[in-house]
Design a protein around this ligand. Structure first.
Ligand SMILES: Nc1nc2c(c(=O)[nH]1)N[C@H]1C(S)=C(S)[C@@H](COP(=O)(O)OP(=O)(O)OC[C@H]3O[C@@H](n4cnc5c(=O)[nH]c(N)nc54)[C@H](O)[C@@H]3O)O[C@H]1N2
Ligand SMILES: Nc1nc2c(c(=O)[nH]1)N[C@H]1C(S)=C(S)[C@@H](COP(=O)(O)OP(=O)(O)OC[C@H]3O[C@@H](n4cnc5c(=O)[nH]c(N)nc54)[C@H](O)[C@@H]3O)O[C@H]1N2
Ligand code: SF4
Ligand SMILES: [Mo]
Length: 680
């Protein structure tokens, strides 16, 4: 008789929701991957994209990599032959060993990111690269680094956010530059909608009228890159109307008075002209936020801008002036890091193994570094698909063609990046190994539980790098710690009382019974112990000491500003190869405001090319009143090789660095729109 059972596990995608999953099995084989109806966030169905992919390409033997591969064709062509693990690891060890012996280990570059955010799958391999002395391409520089560094400068910590449960005491929630309707679909339908139903006012600040903005009580549809000016206009209203928290400023904030001229100059009327938001809306939103208690969700879109770091410093000033901190229902969230739940990341990554660590480089420098044989002789990508996700796409793919660049790719699938690799190693998916997952929204701890076997000889990331360490002849015991031991040690650092098996039985545990108040006691890890709006650390880095009311200049010469945020149907580039997802996505589109379409004489479905000095991307016109005139929308994540013109939006992104932390400015990209016929 068939033996059916269910296993609880957790989705380890880079997603605010960290959904609970129930895997239905028969005879030990996975039959169905479903949302956990008992999970407080998931409450039933998974998001559409994961429901499709986890029951499609992620379990389809003809899609998954099942054995190590060795390249036999030209780089980029994607022709490989299967080899055994021993041979694959020996080939890699030989090349890495030779580079190490020459003292050139720093020319081994590695990129990693959001394949899995499981603690072990996402971080254990760093031990190997630390020991090797390889150069890390700092993952956050392609996502959220400017915001992190701006918040660290100001509050001393970017990884302690509000506890979402405190929303019960919030009168307003300000969602600034995030699109939960796509990037956090369950928090959007659950947490945010529940708060609104309970009478909390929701305000969205975003250039795009996405579903969260449409459902909000107020939507401030500002021009991209004008956030700092808008934040200062909010503060202007608070000061003018006596709603700023003078006691809070006096006791806990450095530099408030230094900002007086900037605040005085940014009236709502002036901001209306600069940001494109009606002054009355600014007044209303500022008063609601200022009255408090208010939560501020700081999205990642805001800081993927040329002055994204400054925008975050201005938003930090808004928090400080309103005094929305240190009490229940007040605070901000960029993300809740593992530290707040007791996890010491050094336990995972063992920085002590890095006796000769070269400095990390920015993703913005990846293409240039990879094309330089002095700086890059080998390359490893794991948990990351840079040929689809990183800027300077054409240049990057050209560099990956270098015959003298030894390239190892570790993935679940053949991707646009693995196509260039010399050796491809097949990884096990989250359904095929144990791990711990920490939501970066809620303060929970979750178990990722092995529900089935990987295809062929595929292995979890951790085991791949244990075997590679052995092949290299490394002897440090940290390079051989088992997943089970590591998971047990990590779990013991958290407030969860019990074993991994106990956690696996429930899936997700709420580890703090009572909601936590962010920055309770108002102690800040800055040099002064206060919120540093005036920042000596910024000045020491050659940045302005104070945030500025900056606004980006509008695009010149008929160019359009291109925004490429999260897609509803993909997780970054993941699922871009799934046939059902591809049908849902249809051909790549550019969403264009009706005024722009009329001016250009374009109609729905017309073929156009977006072009700039960096590259060209053919797309289909989709006319949409969700965007602003001059601003076009193209969601991220398409696979270049599966797209017209062999390119996605990152073929247009020049890789300029943000004002702070050498981070991405992807939403600052500009290009011209050309009719397909004229572009021939
Ligand atoms: N479905 C889905 N979910 C995802 C992802 C995915 O690819 N797909 N990716 C995951 C990852 S890695 C991340 S980092 C998060 C990101 O999730 P979010 O934090 O929601 O960030 P984004 O989706 O990048 O962008 C959010 C919003 O920023 C807006 N924006 C762009 N420029 C500006 C600006 O100048 N000012 C303001 N105020 N807003 C601006 C965009 O219009 C967009 O609506 O989502 C995660 N969740
Ligand atoms: N234009 C534009 N580009 C962007 C962004 C944007 O907003 N606009 N957003 C940026 C952001 S926020 C981010 S975070 C980056 C993300 O960029 P990436 O890190 O490239 O994210 P993914 O595309 O999901 O790629 C992860 C890869 O890991 C693989 N993978 C999944 N699970 C595992 C596993 O267990 N082991 C291994 N070895 N591999 C696995 C997947 O198959 C996939 O190929 O993209 C950035 N790129
Ligand atoms: S990607 Fe996010 S919304 Fe989708 S199942 Fe995973 S955690 Fe849930
Ligand atoms: Mo990200």
């Amino acid at each position: 008789m068939a033996d059916a059972d269910f296993i609880k596990t957790t989705c380890p995608r880079d997603c605010y929701d960290a959904c609970g999953i129930v895997v239905g099995r028969r005879d030990g084989m996975i039959r169905k991957v479903l949302g956990d109806p008992d999970h407080a966030v998931t409450r039933g169905a998974l998001c559409g994209k994961c429901a499709i992919a986890y029951n499609g390409s992620w379990r389809a033997p003809d899609f998954r990599l099942a054995t190590p591969l060795k390249r036999v064709g030209a780089k980029g062509e994607g022709t490989f032959e299967p080899i055994g693990w021993d041979e694959a690891l020996a080939l890699i060890a030989e090349r890495f060993g030779a580079l190490s012996a020459e003292g050139e280990a720093r020319t081994i570059l590695h990129t990693h990111y959001t394949g899995t955010v499981g603690l072990v799958g996402g971080w254990y391999p760093i031990r190997f690269f630390n020991r090797l002395g390889a150069t890390e391409v700092d993952p956050d520089t392609v996502c959220n680094k400017a915001g992190h560094v701006a918040l660290e400068m100001t509050f001393g910590n970017s990884l302690e956010g509000f506890d979402p449960r405190t929303a019960r005491d919030a009168r307003t929630i300000l969602v600034w530059g995030a699109n939960p309707s796509f990037s956090a679909p369950h928090q959007n339908k659950g947490w945010l909608a529940d708060a609104q139903a309970a009478g909390t006012r929701i305000i969205a600040v975003d250039p795009v009228a996405h579903d969260t903005a449409r459902a909000a009580d107020l939507h401030l549809q500002l021009r991209p890159g004008s956030d700092a000016a808008l934040a200062f206009a909010f503060i202007h209203v608070l000061r003018r109307d006596g709603l700023d928290d003078r006691d809070f400023l006096g006791s806990h904030v450095l530099g408030a008075e230094d900002l007086a001229p900037t605040i005085a100059a940014m009236s709502p009327e002036r901001a209306a002209t600069l940001c494109g938001v009606p002054a009355e809306l600014i007044e209303e939103a500022a008063r609601a936020y200022g009255a408090g208690p208010s939560l501020l969700w700081l999205g990642q879109g805001v800081q993927r801008q040329p002055y994204g770091g400054n925008a975050f410093r201005a938003l930090a000033a808004l928090v400080a002036f309103s005094g929305n901190l240190g009490k229940s229902g007040a605070g901000f969230l960029y993300m809740n890091g593992p530290g707040g739940r007791g996890i010491d990341m050094a336990t995972l990554t063992c920085p002590a193994l890095a006796t000769n660590a070269p400095p990390a480089i920015s993703h913005m420098d990846l293409a240039a570094t990879l094309e330089d044989p002095q700086r890059a002789r080998a390359f490893v990508n794991w948990n990351n698909n840079p040929a689809a996700s990183s800027p300077e796409q054409a240049r990057l793919r050209r560099a990956l063609k270098r015959e003298d660049l030894f390239h190892v790719a570790v993935d679940l699938f053949h991707t646009d990046t693995t196509a260039y690799a010399d050796i491809v190693l097949p990884a096990a998916s989250f359904l095929e190994c144990d791990d711990l997952v920490l939501s970066y929204f809620d303060l929970t701890v979750s178990a990722q539980v092995k529900a089935g076997d990987p295809p062929g000889t595929a292995l979890p990331n951790s085991e791949i790098f244990r075997r590679l360490a052995a092949a290299m002849g490394f002897a440090e015991p940290e390079l051989f710690e088992t997943d089970a031991d590591l998971i047990a040690r990590l779990l013991a650092q958290t407030p969860f009382e019990g074993t991994f098996a106990d956690l696996a039985a429930v899936g997700t545990a709420t580890v703090f019974p009572e909601p936590k108040v962010q920055f309770e006691g108002l102690a800040f890890g800055t040099p002064s112990g206060r919120i540093e709006l005036a920042s000596g650390q910024a000045a020491a880095l050659g940045l302005p000491r104070l945030p500025m009311a900056h606004v980006d200049a509008p695009p010149a010469d008929g160019r359009m500003r291109i925004l490429s945020p999260a897609s509803q149907w993909q997780m970054n580039s993941s699922y871009g190869n799934d046939p059902v997802i591809r049908r849902r996505l249809g051909p790549p589109t550019v969403a264009l405001h009706p005024d722009d379409a009329a001016r250009e004489g374009l109609a729905e479905g017309d073929q156009v090319v977006l072009a700039n000095g960096e590259g060209r991307v053919p797309v289909t016109v989709a006319i949409s009143d969700r965007t602003l005139p001059g601003v076009v929308l193209m969601h991220k994540g398409r696979w270049p090789s599966l797209s017209p013109g062999d390119a996605n939006v990152n073929a247009l992104v020049p890789g300029h660095k943000s004002d702070i932390a050498e981070s991405t400015t992807v939403h600052g990209t500009e290009a011209r729109l050309i009719r397909a016929e004229a572009a021939q």
